[in-house]
Design a protein around this ligand. Structure first.
Ligand code: TXA
Ligand code: MG
Length: 322
């Protein structure tokens, strides 16, 4: 059995109002959504994703007014960033209100919240009286979905409806910034550190907390296809190897230093553009599995701007599964 894919916002509202789960489009990746103030509905998300309960969810809202319901305080710098980047791929970790179930926050006194920049998500949210809890709509640890078909391929029979909003234009998840103490980036994503610091000045960055991750994106292994990924820098290419170059331009540079051999070549971006690379990233990783590839050599992006968030995903996708 497969879940229906469609554009019916009213049907989505009806399912969510009776405590069901619906996959929704956002500008970053598709989310698996439920009423974020209803612990029973939220539990269905964890079940469908096979997600550990230690891993808290993001609440999605359509208007800043909805913040009062779910957070107890918005520091001035967070407010300034919201005014600047919302709707958009920036998630704030803030002190939670009593209305937010512990299941959403995994027992933390803070809650993650963002306003997605996608017309269908915003329209849906504006018809609801509660925020939507929504993690990425993939089985835990696997590549995130960037179109409706990806969701159906992986979770198709476990969810009530897939609301189709086309392909996600950002393609990697939101940046997460915590205001629990001094502003600290917990996950790199669609908004760069430079862009944030350009507005509120220096922030801390804390991306790796191996034993007690605050964000699953902080786990060493995450976002992984089944196909084995190897680092082009450290592993020697052999004839007929599968290789994902960052772009045709970087491929040219690579061959300049190495003897050119016949390989199956793929690119993350055809135009050497980090926005395009980010938007393609998860589709490309997913394609490895669809094509039945067992091993692919990966070239990393330049370590700057969005390239940092792309490389962060690639490194974790490359890490060994337990
Ligand atoms: O772009 C996105 O953020 C997408 C779309 C659907 O909005 N959502 C997403 O959700 O990536 P998910 O669950 O895959 O990742 C949410 C991250 C997790 O790493 C989680 O640990 C972190 O947010 N998080 C949630 N609540 C938190 C909290 N109270 N403190 C620290 N991290 C938190
Ligand atoms: Mg995820």
């Amino acid at each position: 059995m497969r879940s229906e894919i469609g554009n019916d916002i009213f049907k989505s509202v009806e399912i969510l109002n009776r405590g069901g789960i619906v996959a929704i489009p956002t500008e970053t990746v598709y989310g698996l959504a439920a009423n974020g103030l209803d612990a029973t509905a939220v539990a269905k998300i964890f079940e469908a994703k096979n997600r550990p309960f230690f891993d808290p969810l993001i609440l999605h809202i359509a208007h800043s007014d909805a913040l009062n319901q779910i957070v107890s305080n918005v520091p001035q710098k967070a407010k300034i960033l919201m005014d600047h980047f919302w709707p958009g791929p920036l998630t704030f970790v803030l002190p939670k209100s009593d209305l937010v179930p512990d299941l959403v926050t995994s027992g933390h006194p803070t809650v993650a919240v963002r306003m997605p920049n996608h017309p269908i998500a915003l329209e849906l949210l504006s018809k609801l009286t509660y925020p939507l809890a929504a993690p990425s709509a993939n089985p835990f640890g696997y590549v995130s979905p960037t179109n409706a078909q990806h969701v159906q391929d992986q979770l198709g029979n476990k969810i009530d409806y897939i609301l189709d909003g086309g392909s996600c234009c950002v393609g990697i998840e939101s940046t997460i910034i915590s205001f629990e103490n001094n502003p600290t980036i917990l996950r790199l994503g669609g908004i760069t550190q430079e862009a944030i610091e350009g507005i509120i000045g220096p922030v801390n960055v804390s991306l790796n907390e191996h034993s007690n991750p605050k964000a699953p994106g902080q786990l060493d292994q995450h976002y992984s296809p089944y196909c084995k990924l190897k680092d082009l820098k450290h592993d020697q290419l052999e004839p007929h190897s599968n290789v994902l170059f960052y772009s045709p331009q970087t491929e040219e540079k690579y061959w300049g230093e190495n003897p050119r051999i016949q390989c199956n070549v793929m690119y993350l971006t055809n135009n050497n553009a980090s926005i395009e690379a980010a938007a393609n990233l998860f589709s490309v990783l997913r394609d490895f599995d669809q094509k039945g590839l067992t091993e692919v050599y990966i070239e990393f992006a330049e370590n700057e701007g969005l390239g940092l968030a792309i490389n962060d995903r690639l490194k974790r996708a490359m890490a060994k599964r337990d």
